[in-house]
Design a protein around this ligand. Structure first.
Ligand code: TIU
Length: 227
């Protein structure tokens, strides 16, 4: 197994082509398009929509290098049995999880709003994890799926940086994965929260993980493909 590197902060990210995967977090219509869950919480979704082409470029690079791409979706069962009341009843959103909205029932599996945006639709054979929480390891089979494939390094893209992306990175970091955040393939409704998240992940010698641009990641895995 050859170890290669991606130029990253706070220092180069070492990886092996056999052990790395991209995980795209929650690039769903409910977060990125008007009328979904993100908008129901009072957010302007336009910042999130803007990263779709960059996320697509990152996904294309992993596919071209024949490296695994996994996708997650935050969503709940139609009977809401996996949605804690503490989550559904929090605050005063214009629509709650399970309510009927312009893209079907908010954050419910199988509804149009819970689908991944058409530009980033998973290919047949790519793993899609439906998750009831913010972290992708909680109440899902993600850990077992990664272990079965021998994956130990994860590149993260998706939304939102400080909620589901950071939560999943922290879960992964505690489970022993090396985690790299693609800084221009993730976004928040709050620019200051995104900046703070990148800073806190990489501070203290990479206490949670690494951060790099999509260009740097593509350059690094391009080397993996050609090796
Ligand atoms: N509200 C918010 O920023 N995010 C979420 O609720 N879910 C994800 O981040 N996917």
């Amino acid at each position: 197994m050859t170890t290669q590197t991606i130029g990253a902060a706070p220092f180069d990210f070492p990886f092996a082509a056999e052990e790395i995967a991209l995980i795209v977090i929650d690039m769903q219509r409910d977060f990125v398009e008007p009328g979904g869950f993100g908008a129901s919480l009072g957010n302007d979704v336009s910042r999130l929509l803007a990263i779709v082409p960059t996320v697509a470029r990152l996904i294309d690079g992993f596919r071209a290098a024949r490296l695994p791409v996994l996708h997650t979706r935050e969503c709940h069962r139609p009977d809401l049995s996996d949605c804690p009341p503490a989550k559904r009843l929090r605050g005063a959103p214009s629509l709650r999880i399970g309510d009927d909205g312009p893209m079907g029932r908010i954050l419910i599996a199988g509804e149009p709003g819970a689908e991944i945006v058409p530009e980033l639709v998973p290919l047949p054979g790519e793993t899609v994890i439906d998750k009831p929480g913010k972290g992708a390891f909680y109440a899902t089979g993600l850990g077992d799926i990664l272990a079965a494939r021998g994956i130990r390094q994860l590149v993260f893209a998706g939304v939102t940086t400080e909620v589901c992306v950071q939560t999943t990175m922290r879960e992964a970091n505690d489970r022993g994965y090396d985690c790299l955040l693609a800084t221009d393939a993730t976004e928040s409704y709050f620019p200051a929260f995104k900046a703070a998240t990148v800073e806190m992940i990489t501070a203290q010698g990479g206490i949670v993980g690494w951060a790099a641009t999509t260009d740097a990641i593509l350059a690094g895995i391009g080397g993996a493909r050609d090796a």
